[in-house]
Design a protein around this ligand. Structure first.
Ligand SMILES: [Zn+2]
Length: 484
């Protein structure tokens, strides 16, 4: 019995043969794709429980955001005009004041708004790392999307001790891994060489040994001081740090690598680790020629590179398709044209990201036996027509706003832009209320013309302990460089 039938669609399968069906049908039974075949005229009269006529539309595998922080979704518009040093200061201050000042309701509203945005933007799976993972697991689970969620472990940033954070992470994994019919899973997520003590890394190694099926998700080489920071934990450099604790292998996800070099790229590829690239963050800092993501070396050594949006506050970006375009433009700017083809980008957003998360046997392509995670995109408009190169349309012209229908695990979460799995008005009302609380309680002033940070100095807003820890850890880095 077919539960869902989509017919007369252009189907971009992203399967091993890179097959694109000009006029195809997808059948789904019990959440699993049962067939992807040319449309039979009888499909148009099907009695399947749910039939979608996708004439003039493109079906792609659901998009996978491979690196995301969600806690500060409601900060949108506050940071985006600040210079880099001001932004870092304000982000740090907010990390230390939001929880006591704003409480759980602020983060709950943030996660729900994030889930709503993801699903309406065609993102069916998110790989998140946050300080409020329980709220995240519940929001992701209830919204119907899929998520790999890691409690962010960072004892130089979070005032809780390493042992408290590790115990919380263990509890999170035991409670939420493989929950919501398997749509929500857990990862182990140390913040990176910049945020973690030696004690914390030792605990992470124990967690990894106890939960060998989980991904290890971390930031690496995102500052010029990366080697110095790794030395603080007794290692030669960040990769050596992971290696010493048994954390560098094919289950490892490394994000940023802004200051990584060719040799690092080779070591990452040799280990089979996966690379999560978030170009927007570093466009913010105008890294330019000084340092940039080492794409040619990663390609040369055949490392798996995928795309993530990171924190939402850099340029208030939620469009993963545009992020991929951004990745290509910046790589071309740095290294010359044709660093990635359009089809490369499509694979990075789907099957390659599924492989990074260890979910490629379940999602990432449209083929029989996989769970039905997909997005239907309307390209029957003058903005997109006429075209001949479909991968190019999908990665150059299409934006998240063209996504019309989204299916996860066989459930239709949004159809013709009507969201079915979430109460959109309730989410919007909560987001508006919590955003107003953020402004009134933290001292941010906002108007239609822009936003102004609180006048009170950061030293008076953040308690001494985490600030001193951060300053000690960052050394010559961010803190001094940016005149805290
Ligand atoms: Zn990040």
């Amino acid at each position: 019995m077919t539960d869902l039938l989509i017919h007369d669609a252009t189907v971009v399968t992203v399967n091993r043969e890179n097959q694109i069906l000009k006029n195809g049908s997808i059948r789904v039974t019990d959440g699993t794709i049962s067939s992807v075949e040319p449309t039979d005229p009888a499909d148009r009269d099907s009695t399947a429980e749910h039939v979608i006529d996708a004439s003039g539309k493109i079906v792609i595998p659901g998009l996978i955001d491979a690196h995301r922080h969600t806690d500060f979704t409601l900060v949108q518009g506050l940071f985006s005009e600040l210079d880099g040093s001001e932004l870092l200061k304000e982000a740090f201050a907010l990390y230390h004041t939001a929880e006591p000042t704003l409480g759980e309701s602020f983060f709950e509203a943030a996660w729900e708004l994030a889930c709503l945005r993801q699903l309406t933007h065609g993102v069916t799976t998110v790989n998140a790392m946050d300080f409020t993972p329980e709220l995240g697991a519940e929001a992701v689970g209830e919204s119907g999307v899929r998520g790999v969620i890691g409690p962010e472990l960072a004892d130089f940033v979070n005032p809780a001790s390493a042992s408290e954070q590790l115990a919380d992470a263990r509890r999170f994994i035991d409670t939420y891994h493989d929950s919501y019919e398997g749509r929500v899973t857990a990862s182990i997520a140390p913040g990176g060489e910049a945020g973690c003590s030696r004690e914390l890394w030792e605990g992470v190694a124990e967690l990894r040994a106890d939960y060998p099926d989980l991904r290890l998700h971390t930031h690496l080489y995102d500052s010029a001081e990366a080697d110095t920071m790794a030395a603080g934990s007794g290692a030669d450099d960040p990769l050596d740090l992971l290696d010493r604790y048994g954390l560098l292998d094919e289950r490892t996800l490394l994000t940023h690598l802004l200051h990584a070099n060719r040799d690092d790229a080779r070591r990452i590829a040799d280990a089979g680790a996966h690379v999560l690239h978030c170009p927007t963050v570093y466009s913010y800092f105008q890294a330019g020629n000084r340092t940039w993501f080492p794409l040619p070396a990663l390609r040369e050594f055949d490392a798996n590179v995928v795309i993530g949006l990171d924190d939402p506050f850099w340029f208030d970006s939620w469009d993963l398709i545009q992020e991929a375009k951004h990745a290509r433009m910046l790589s071309n700017f740095q290294y010359g044209a044709q660093q990635w083809s359009s089809y490369d980008l499509l694979e990075m957003l789907t099957i390659d990201a599924a492989r990074a998360l260890g979910l490629d046997d379940q999602i990432g392509s449209l083929e029989p036996g996989k769970r039905a995670d997909l997005a239907i995109i309307d390209v029957d408009t003058p903005r997109h027509q006429p075209y001949s190169n479909l991968p190019s349309v999908l990665t150059n012209s299409v934006t998240a706003g063209d996504v019309e229908t989204v299916v996860v695990d066989g459930e239709v979460l949004m159809e013709e832009r009507a969201v079915r799995s979430m109460d959109v008005e309730r989410v919007r009302t909560a987001a508006t209320r919590e955003r107003e609380r953020l402004q009134t309680r933290t001292g941010w002033e906002t108007s239609l013309a822009g936003s102004t940070p609180p006048k009170k100095s950061i030293l008076r807003r953040v308690s001494a302990r985490p600030l001193l820890r951060a300053m000690r850890q960052y050394g010559r880095g961010v803190v001094n460089q940016h005149n805290w």
